[in-house]
Design a protein around this ligand. Structure first.
Ligand SMILES: [Mg+2]
Length: 215
């Protein structure tokens, strides 16, 4: 019998991407002596990760008159960010419990391959899941169903009834997950409302508990 599938989003679902970004912004502003208010400006300009990073680093370069090309700033950011993210121990334990309860557990994430792989490895998530798919490595982004398909395959599972997507993005995770034939749990971070998910919770640990009770 095939195992039921749980596909998790990475940023602001399994890990607190905003907290890591704020650490990076403070560090970047201090190292370069960008002055008071620079870190807050960086966080604002990032718009919770909704602005494409090449565009973001173009803005940063112009705003602070930096010499490096935007692509270089972006590459340095991707090398640094995996060192600033963290996955709480109770979430890692929760994933272990989910797998012990018979679930296939995976990650489907949009982002660059180096940054996302670095985050998955450094947080300890790599050994707690059956597989993952990163848009930058696969050439296809959520909400495209194909990224969910790849992630499912890496977990030795397939899309369809009995499978779930857990994520914070209404379109990429929830609408995309539904189109992939999966049920959905929305992580409500309080930034948007009115999402048509099967369940809504406020953190990923609650989502894991819910799945364990379901099976
Ligand atoms: Mg997310």
């Amino acid at each position: 019998m095939t195992r039921p599938l749980a596909l998790f989003d990475l940023d602001n679902t399994l890990i607190d991407r905003l907290a890591a970004f704020e650490l990076w912004a403070a560090e970047f502003a201090a190292e370069r002596g960008l002055g008071e208010g620079a870190a807050a400006w960086l966080v604002e300009a990032d718009a919770d990760g909704s602005r494409p990073m090449d565009a973001f680093f173009g803005l940063v370069r112009d705003r602070f008159g930096l010499a490096e090309p935007a692509g270089e700033l972006w590459a340095a950011y991707r090398a640094r960010l995996p060192h600033l993210v963290h996955c709480p121990g109770e979430v890692l334990d929760g994933l272990d419990r989910l797998r012990a309860a018979g679930w296939a557990v995976g990650i489907a994430t949009n982002g660059m391959a180096d940054n996302q792989t670095g985050k998955i490895e450094r947080t300890g998530l790599a050994t707690r899941v059956d597989g993952w798919a990163i848009s930058g490595a696969e050439g296809v982004r959520k909400p495209d169903v194909r990224l969910f398909e790849i992630a499912a395959r890496r977990c030795g599972a397939s899309l369809g009834p009995g499978g779930w997507v857990i994520g914070d993005d209404p379109e990429k995770d929830i609408a995309g997950g539904r189109r992939a034939g999966l049920r959905t749990i929305w992580i409500d971070r309080g930034v948007t409302g009115g999402v048509a998910a099967d369940h809504t919770v406020t953190d990923v640990l609650s989502a894991i508990e819910l799945l364990i009770q379901l099976n």
